[in-house]
Design a protein around this ligand. Structure first.
Ligand SMILES: [Zn+2]
Length: 146
């Protein structure tokens, strides 16, 4: 249903009906308004309009302003999840020290000394009892020999 096209004249008419006839109910006002302006004006339409115009309620209390957010109804959401990069394994060469299985994986550092952390290590399966994988063990021993 479309809102009623309230004109200034209609507002004034309703205001005077409310002021002049104290005992006139909104139902009666709606009937008079409907008859005068030859349109269907419901009781609720009159009440709603009176409220929007700030006309005091019948018991003398002014209408409280509405539409303002109530702070007590607001919900405060606290977000304090730590923001940490997701470290995924098997992505790119090497693993970090934290990811390295020190007993079974190659400790060969892949990063250069001047690199910034996180330093990465080979991480391939270490050969029996050693600290390095097959390839790095060969490298290590050839260095020693050289
Ligand atoms: Zn290795």
């Amino acid at each position: 249903m479309n809102p009623l096209p309230w004109t200034r004249e209609m507002e004034n008419e309703m205001t005077s009906l409310l002021e002049l006839a104290d005992n006139l109910s909104y139902t009666a006002i709606a009937e008079r308004m409907s008859a005068k302006y030859e349109m269907e004006i419901s009781k609720n339409a009159c009440i709603g309009k009176a409220r929007r115009m700030g006309i005091p309620q019948r018991n003398g209390k002014p209408h409280k302003p509405t539409g303002r957010p109530r702070k007590d109804l607001m919900v405060r959401i606290k977000v304090d999840a730590p923001i940490a990069p997701k470290i995924r394994r098997n992505q790119g060469p090497g693993v970090t020290l934290q990811q390295l299985d020190q007993n079974r994986e190659c400790h060969w550092p892949l990063a250069a000394v001047e690199d910034k952390p996180p330093y990465v290590y080979c991480g391939k399966p270490a050969i029996d009892g050693g600290s390095w994988c097959h390839d790095h063990a060969k490298k290590a021993f050839s260095k020693v020999r050289a």
